[in-house]
Design a protein around this ligand. Structure first.
Ligand SMILES: Nc1nc2c(ncn2[C@@H]2O[C@H](COP(=O)(O)OP(=O)(O)OP(=O)(O)O)[C@@H](O)[C@H]2O)c(=O)[nH]1
Ligand SMILES: [Mg+2]
Length: 335
């Protein structure tokens, strides 16, 4: 099955060339001295990138990889300026990072309807009417060609914008948690790698909206391509809180946590500087004695773990309060 979630793509963009200026002399029945009246060329079309909150992938760009704007029209008689080439608007999901083919950052698009110029069209060349002054206009045979533009390959990369990213091994209950606290429709299944792409939901809590992302399962050596690999970890680079969801029937909770930390570190060590929230899932099927053991194990490494079950409203509310309390320090969310 073809994956409909395209989170990085390369496209070719070229803004329009400028139209050339015209050389033309005005003569007429009642005009005794001919004078230059060639108009200037129009400007080439610009290419803009615009954020659209209704799209969440680059799938629409998969089948249209070449974006070439029209050139400006040449100038005309009677000092008429040629028309400008039509602008092109490329819509992208929020959280898009635009780079040139050398990896240099060109722009980021994070707001809905935010429109930024990617490539400006070539300026139209001047017609001979624009040159010289009143005295030497008659002999003016000057005009200029419009500026020619060069096309380039552009890399678009998506980093899902979310306040909280839920990460964990496959099948630990990440999607169940997302579906419990938001209206997101993610697939839940009792088998590993049910979800192969990130899902996002909006949590409304205490009259604030918090964006939560469910990241596909990570396993040991994901950095070497195991499981789904670790490329989608780029989606947590923009998260404020990383919610580590842990569950183990084999009593290896601490090991799971350390493996996850290690995979994150291999992908981008900066991820370890983010706020973390440790959560043990499926508390309804964990025995009390195991809960105590897990709590102590994590206390030994100076971490506090919260138990949740999607069936227990109090536990879910307790988790939401914790998320909210951490996010209160993130001014951009609650301002
Ligand atoms: N008893 C119990 N079962 C749970 C709980 N949360 C999730 N499950 C079950 O665990 C299984 C896996 O849940 P998912 O939410 O699909 O797990 P996931 O982490 O998203 O899995 P992947 O997408 O494969 O990585 C499903 O059968 C859920 O019903 C819980 O709190 N209690
Ligand atoms: Mg899932």
């Amino acid at each position: 099955m073809k994956n409909n979630f395209v989170d990085s793509i390369k496209i070719f963009c070229k803004s329009g060339d400028g139209g050339s200026g015209m050389i033309c002399f005005r003569k007429g029945k009642y005009i005794f001295k001919s004078y230059p009246d060639g108009g200037s060329g129009g400007n080439g079309g610009n290419i803009f990138i615009q954020g659209n909150s209704n799209i969440c992938t680059f799938i629409h760009l998969r089948y249209k990889k070449h974006w070439i704007a029209n050139p400006g029209k040449s100038g005309g008689k009677n000092n008429r300026t040629g028309s400008n080439g039509k602008n092109i608007l490329i819509e992208v999901p929020l959280g898009t990072i635009v780079r040139d083919c050398n990896g240099n950052l060109i722009m980021e698009v994070n707001k809905n309807m935010e429109k930024k110029m990617l490539l400006s069209g070539g300026i139209g060349g001047k017609g001979n009417a624009s040159f010289g002054n009143k005295k030497n206009k008659i002999l003016n045979f000057n005009s200029k060609n419009g500026v020619k533009t060069k096309g380039k390959w552009i890399n678009l990369e998506l980093k899902v914008l979310a306040d909280v990213g839920i990460i964990g091994f496959p099948n630990v209950g990440k999607s169940t948690l997302l579906a419990t606290i938001t209206k997101a429709k993610t697939k839940v299944g009792n088998y590993p790698f049910t979800n192969k792409i990130p899902y996002v939901g909006i949590l409304n809590f205490n009259f604030k909206s918090i964006v939560i992302a469910d990241i596909p399962g990570i396993i040991e050596n994901a950095s070497h391509g195991k499981g789904l690999g670790h490329n989608f970890l780029r989606h947590i680079e923009r998260n404020y809180i990383l919610l580590f969801l842990i569950f183990s029937e084999e009593k290896n909770e601490k090991k799971q946590y350390l493996i996850l930390l290690n995979e994150l570190k291999k992908f981008n060590p900066e991820l370890l500087k983010k706020k973390r929230l440790l959560v043990a899932s499926k508390s309804d099927i964990i025995k009390d004695c195991d809960k105590k053991r897990i709590l102590n194990e994590f206390l030994n490494i100076k971490e506090n773990i919260t138990f949740i079950s999607y069936k227990n409203k109090n536990e879910i509310n307790n988790l939401l309060k914790k998320i909210f309390n951490i996010l209160i320090n993130k001014k951009t969310i609650f301002s």
